[in-house]
Design a protein. Structure first.
Lengths: 115, 108
């Protein structure tokens, strides 16, 4: 597609339920990133994919968070047993390669609210 | 102390004014990014710098590697420039480390 597409754009879930957030990067972008922006906070890194592998998952806040990427394209971020502190905007970005020479394209984000 | 510090946190200007937003960082970097986030949350990448200066329309970004400092300038500011401007650095790994952002409001 023309841009990075994220779905859903908004998600309200009950505490304790599992949620899946989807990111469809720009075609041909090998690098994919997940970030999180909590209310009143700055952006924080969650995980980075190069192709289908995740060389850096150091930002995942707990083992309730996992992510996968298939076919070097779509990625899914899964949060199990959601907690209220998981409420945030989850942003996905992609770039042509993980090299520092290339910029990012961000998606519009998924606003997750845990009630 | 955060690795990336931005100033000011909030900035209000009148249409037409020259705007400067500053970013200082404490780590060695491979690249610095300036991002724009509009209400509603969408983020647009404005610039990626590793040295010198870049210009795009009314926006100018500069970086001084020795001083670990970057500035984003907006000439002839307009109300549509109102947004949060975020500085982010890449320091040897693939992840970005973000400043807390500068909220710019340009009044007509």
């Amino acid at each position: 597609g023309a841009g990075v597409s994220q779905s859903p754009s908004n998600k309200v879930t009950e505490k304790g339920k599992d949620v899946e957030l989807r990111c469809d990067p720009i075609s041909g972008h090998t690098a994919l990133y997940w970030y999180r922006q909590s209310l009143g906070q700055g952006l924080e890194f969650l995980i980075y994919f190069q192709g289908n592998s995740a060389p850096d998952k150091s930002g995942l806040p707990s083992d309730r968070f996992s992510a996968e990427r298939t076919g070097g394209s779509v990625s899914t971020l899964t949060i199990q047993r959601t907690q209220q502190e998981d409420s945030a905007v989850y942003l996905c970005a992609s770039s042509i390669t993980g090299s520092y020479n290339y910029g990012y394209t961000f998606g519009s984000g998924t606003r997750l609210t845990v009630v | 102390k955060n690795e990336v510090e931005q100033s000011p946190q909030n900035l209000t200007a009148q249409e037409g004014e020259f705007i400067t937003i500053n970013c200082s960082y404490s780590v060695g970097i491979s690249a610095l990014h300036w991002l724009q986030q509009h209400p509603g949350g969408g983020i647009v990448s404005l610039f990626m710098l590793s040295s010198g200066k870049k210009k795009h329309g009314r926006l100018i970004a500069t970086i001084n590697i020795q001083e670990k400092h970057s500035s984003l300038h907006i000439t002839a500011s307009h109300p549509r420039d109102s947004a949060v401007y975020i500085c982010a650095v890449r320091s040897g790994s693939e992840k970005l480390v973000f400043g807390k952002g500068t909220k710019l409001t340009v009044n007509p």
